[in-house]
Ligand binder design. Sequence first.
Ligand code: 6PG
Length: 467
Amino acid sequence: NKYDFGLVGLGVMGRNFILNVADNGFTAYGNDLDKEKVEALKQEGGDTAKVDASTDAKTFVAALKTPRKIMLLVPAGKIVDNVIESLLPLLDKGDIIIDGGNSFFTDTDRREAYLKEKGINFFGAGVSGGAKGARKGPSIMPGGSQDAYQHVKPIFEAVSAKYNNEPCVAYLGPKSAGNYVKMVHNGIEYGLMQLTSEIYDLLKKAGNLTNEELHHTYAKWNSGRLQSFLVEITSEIFAKKDTETDGDLVDKILDKAKQKGTGKWTSQNAMDLGIPVPTIDIAVSMREISALKAERTKADELYDRPNPEEVMKKALIEKAENALYFAFIMAYAQGMHQLADASKEYGYNLNLGEIAKIWRAGCIIRAGLLADITEAFQANPELQNLLLAPSFVEKVKGSVKATRELVAYGATNGIPLPGLSNSLTYFDAYTSERLPLNLIQAQRDFFGSHTYERVDKDGIFHTEWEA
Ligand code: 6PG
């Protein structure tokens, strides 16, 4: 009896994903070079007729039903190519390889083209939701051949998270569409994380909120319009005690944030496309600034900062809720805008409503807001920017005033709120009919004869600026 689904890479994500497949009535076979990981899966899987595993690639491939559906959950980069090369001689035409890691989208395009020549279907499928998501239901973002997807679809739909019984997976588009969408998902993730952390800083410094109060504040927000996975876990983080001291764990954690690159790729590619994503950009920059701990420590001694003027807790918390809501909208708006443009540039033919829909559960950026975003894009699939959606105008108008007040407060009191202020600046610039960039055009023409256009007639103009 052959198995329905194969998975290479039995780390936490892989093991959890394969057990999830088995829970949903499919038989699955795992492969990893590490004997211990293979044994651990067999132990946990229990019945080898349902879940089995081997360290040997040949045994693994031979155990699978054709067309074989083989998912790779291995670290992005060279390892993916190595695994593909080791499987290739063992595969038959029509077999399907699915890369479930955070691979860079151009790597996926290269692999897809290479494998197509050999008659193998290759999918880049972003999987979001961490270890728990993989086990209980992730959001899955697959891209590749639509025909081949039909073979994978029943399994992915069964294992994915559900939102109102709808699976959080959909065929997103050809080639690297799936990895691209996952990359932008992660860019938004970086933005939301930066925003939740700077609001924490503000509440602590301006309102003197204790960790317990922060725990309750984020928990309360999570039961309102800010409902989201990241706000929920933030609330839980504030309640966690340190096991080594009698303090709270959050205070013992070094303030240097690491990154594996997906947020940075989002920013870099947005620059390539010419799409502004400043909330995401600053989130990447803040991780970089955070990493300069030794320099920051020296600089801290050289410069004074104002002592934050204390603010009434209740009013502060209310404003912070508004500002976080406002800035969350800006982060999603920027990410969706990037997806809309990338869709044209790379021929993905993305359905933004469908993407927002499969982000409503399972993934790290899942949030109540995504139901509204889904509706906005379903109402107008050609929507260029969420800020242009009629259903978002009141939401934004109602939350911008508090954002302005807090950004001003942060600037006066020396509390860095870069995600909030970039979000606000993005909003103010995007919603301005006239920007001062006419002056930049004049300067360019002045020193480099770069020409300019006029507001009152068509054509390209140049002026001899110096008499
Ligand atoms: C997800 C996450 C995940 C990502 C981590 C770490 O959707 O489950 O995006 O794929 O790898 O969040 O990312 P950084 O190390 O770059 O913060």
